[in-house]
Structure formats: structure tokens, C-alpha cells
Design a protein around this ligand. Structure first.
Ligand code: EPS
Length: 386
């Protein structure tokens, strides 16, 4: 089974990752991973940090002559901004003379984090809870993503809403998705042309205006993105064991992304208000294949893949670092103060959609390996195709 760990502070020297359990023989290159890292850095609404970083991975182990060899894979992504933080984020020394942050931002990990570890400086929390960590997560998950692609399983995403601006013409989106039935990444290719990764140009313009307005007023915006997976066989996951339910594991992976507060599978929330006869996806035959007339279940029934596209939605809250201050308490003086601002993004929903594509890859790859097994890609493919 594939698992991965990340380490690294946002303004530390580097982000580090270890990926374990990937079958041997998966072709991979730093350039392939860097492509995903570049995609994660894009999007209208990002702050000044993205002008400093050009994320690029170095593979340190587990890959030989361009292919995985079954050993643990170690990777590193340097933080270019580190050079501006060598004093504040020094590994050694006493920290004397470095300003301590004592005002927690509402909505951030600051307060609970500082209490949890008994720190007197919120910087310790800020730097690890930061979504900077997702650069390494995307890098780690890209190995599993490549394994899936080698098996014909593709992941795509696009943004459905930014703040109050929603794509309303769902039929238009569904037509685009049907055209990408065989390869969901084609959806991403289309979305990547948009600065907010929206597939409807008229809505895109409104979303950009909303982000501009938010920036002007010192505010932030969240939104919703959709992730689609094509090429999955029927029966991955489990209806037998609570901890192997694929829907649960996919939801966990998406919820683990910083600032994600809601996950939906298919039309989960809308379905709750309808009659069963208007919800469940009827069967039909097409070219001697059993398929469904609709896909309101989002490709998952009984916590297993049912052969349709998997469709997931994730809701991101507005970023908690605001230029416009909110009320906070200084933990040192216990006085009511204004929350502190530090450089951040206005809206990171487009970036979150790329992270969403990435974090579900190990979950799906594990479901595939659980069913078909294999120490090498060759072995897995023989069993998968059989
Ligand atoms: C983040 C704050 C900003 C973002 C960062 C996430 O960083 P900084 O404080 O250095 O300006 O840019 O995201 C990234 C660095 C990234 O690579 O995505 C936060 O507080 O979560």
C-alpha cells in the first residue's frame, strides 16, 4: 500500500517528502512532477509568495534510470523564500530578539495549535499549518497519479464557484465532461486555460471581478471545485469494512486539504431533498455494456466504484488571513486587539482544485492495488487487464 509523509515549514529551507509502497517500473521524471507543481502555483487571486517560488522537485532516491524501483522514494522542493527568513526560522540559536506572534487569526489553526503544543509563539503553528505544505503533497501524490495513468485512470478538475459567483449552466459543463469520458484529465486541460479554472467564460470574468473586489476591501474568498475520475473498474473499495469504504477515504483525502470544510459525492446534497425515484441511476445497455442513464451517485454505490465517472465536490472556506482585521485576543496581554495580517492569498480555490486532483490519487491507487496487487507495474497491468 502506498503511503507518504511530508515535512517542512512554509518559510523553512525546504519541503521534504517520502513515498513508500509504489510498485516498481513506473516511469517518472522530475519534469513530470514539476508540471503538476506549476499547475498548483497558478490561479488569479494568489499573493506575492507565488512570485518568489518556482517549485521544482529533486528526486533523491527510489528512482533509477527514470523508473521507480520499489524502494522508498525521497524528494525535496526548496523554498526560495527561505533566504528572507533565515533569522526567523533558524534551526539553531535561542530565538532571542525575534518577535513572537501572540495574536491568533480567527479561522486559522493559530489558536488551537498554540494551545495544543503550549507554544508562546504562533509562528510555529503558522509555518506548518500553511498550505505551502501542499506543494510537497502534490509532488508526492504525482507518483500515484502516474501509476493510475499507466492503468488508464485519469483525474481532472475544474472550479464551480468562487465566492458568490457560481456556474449555473450545469448542462454546459456536463456536455464538456461527456466529451472527456475516456480521459478526465482533458477537463483539466480545458480548465487550465482559465485563470480561475472555470469552464464557463462568462462566469470566469465575474469570478475575477469578485476576487478583485475582495482584494480591494482587504477580504478573501472561498469556493467549490469538482474533481472527476475516469477509467476506474467496477468494484474498487468495500461495502464490507467501514475503514475501506472508498467514499469515506476520498472524502478524508479532500478534507485534509487546508481550508476545505465540505465534501460532496455526486449530487449528494441536492439528492437529499428528492424522491428516490428522482435520484437513483437507472441501468441500461449500450454496446453490450451495462451503464447508467444518469450519474447522480457520482460513480460510487455501496462505497465502491460502479463503473461511472467518479464526481467529487469540495468546498473551500475563505482564507483566514485578512487584510481587513477581525477581532482577536492577544494571548500575552489578554487584551482585545485587531487580528494580525501577514502576506497571504486572496483566493486559492484554483490551486486547491489541483491539490484535490492530487490527494485522491494515492487513495485510488491503493484501492486498485488492494484488488489487483502487484510489486511491479507490469504485474499490476497483467492482473488489471485480465
Ligand atoms: C499561506 C500563506 C501564503 C501562501 C501560502 C499559504 O504564504 P506566505 O505567508 O509565504 O505569503 O502563499 O501558500 C504557498 C506558499 C504555496 O506554495 O501554496 C498560508 O498561510 O496558508
Amino acid at each position: 500500500m502506498i503511503r507518504y509523509f511530508t515535512a517542512g515549514e512554509s518559510h523553512g529551507k525546504a519541503l521534504v517528502g517520502i513515498i513508500e509502497g509504489l510498485p516498481a517500473g513506473v516511469e517518472i521524471s522530475a519534469e513530470y512532477i514539476n508540471h503538476q507543481l506549476r499547475r498548483r502555483q497558478q490561479g488569479y487571486g494568489r499573493g506575492g509568495r507565488m512570485k518568489i517560488e518556482t517549485d521544482s522537485v529533486e528526486i533523491l532516491s527510489g528512482v533509477r534510470f527514470g523508473k521507480t524501483i520499489g524502494s522508498p522514494i525521497a524528494i525535496i522542493v526548496e523554498n526560495r523564500d527561505w533566504r528572507n527568513w533565515t533569522d526567523k526560522m533558524a534551526i539553531e540559536g535561542s530565538g532571542i530578539g525575534i518577535e513572537k506572534i501572540t495574536v491568533p487569526r480567527p479561522g486559522h489553526a493559530d489558536y488551537a495549535g498554540v494551545k495544543k503544543y503550549g507554544f508562546d509563539d504562533i509562528r510555529n503553528v503558522i509555518d506548518r499549518s500553511s498550505a505551502r505544505e501542499t506543494a510537497m503533497r502534490v509532488a508526492c501524490c504525482t507518483f500515484a497519479r502516474k501509476l493510475l495513468e499507466d492503468c488508464g485512470i485519469f483525474i481532472g478538475s475544474h472550479v464551480l464557484s468562487i465566492g458568490p459567483v457560481f456556474i449555473k449552466d450545469r448542462k454546459k459543463i456536463d456536455r464538456l465532461i461527456i466529451g472527456c469520458n475516456e480521459n478526465a484529465f482533458l477537463i483539466s486541460k480545458k480548465a487550465d486555460y482559465s485563470d480561475v479554472r472555470m469552464l464557463d467564460r462568462s462566469v470566469e470574468a465575474k469570478a475575477i471581478t469578485a476576487i478583485k473586489k475582495s482584494k480591494k476591501t482587504g477580504d478573501t474568498l472561498g469556493g467549490i471545485f469538482e474533481v472527476i475520475i475516469s477509467g476506474l473498474p467496477v468494484g474498487l473499495g468495500s461495502y464490507v469494512h467501514y475503514d475501506r469504504k472508498l467514499d469515506g477515504m476520498l472524502a478524508q483525502a479532500l478534507m485534509s486539504i487546508q481550508a476545505i470544510k465540505g465534501v460532496e459525492i455526486g449530487e449528494g446534497f441536492a439528492n437529499a431533498a428528492k424522491y428516490g425515484s428522482d435520484v437513483h441511476d437507472e441501468f441500461m445497455m449500450k454496446n453490450r455494456k451495462i451503464i447508467r442513464r444518469t450519474n447522480r451517485a457520482g460513480g460510487l454505490e455501496g462505497s465502491m466504484t460502479n463503473g461511472e465517472l467518479i464526481v467529487l465536490h469540495a468546498a473551500m472556506k475563505p482564507i483566514a488571513t485578512l487584510v481587513k482585521p477581525l477581532r482577536a485576543v492577544d494571548l500575552k496581554t489578554k487584551k482585545i486587539v485587531q487580528s494580525r495580517y501577514e502576506r497571504s492569498d486572496v483566493c486559492a480555490v484554483p490551486a486547491a482544485s489541483i491539490i484535490g486532483e492530487s490527494v485522491i490519487a494515492p487513495v485510488l491507487a491503493n484501492a486498485l492495488l488492494e484488488k489487483f496487487g502487484g510489486d511491479s507495474l507490469k504485474e499490476l497491468l497483467i492482473r488489471f487487464k485480465a
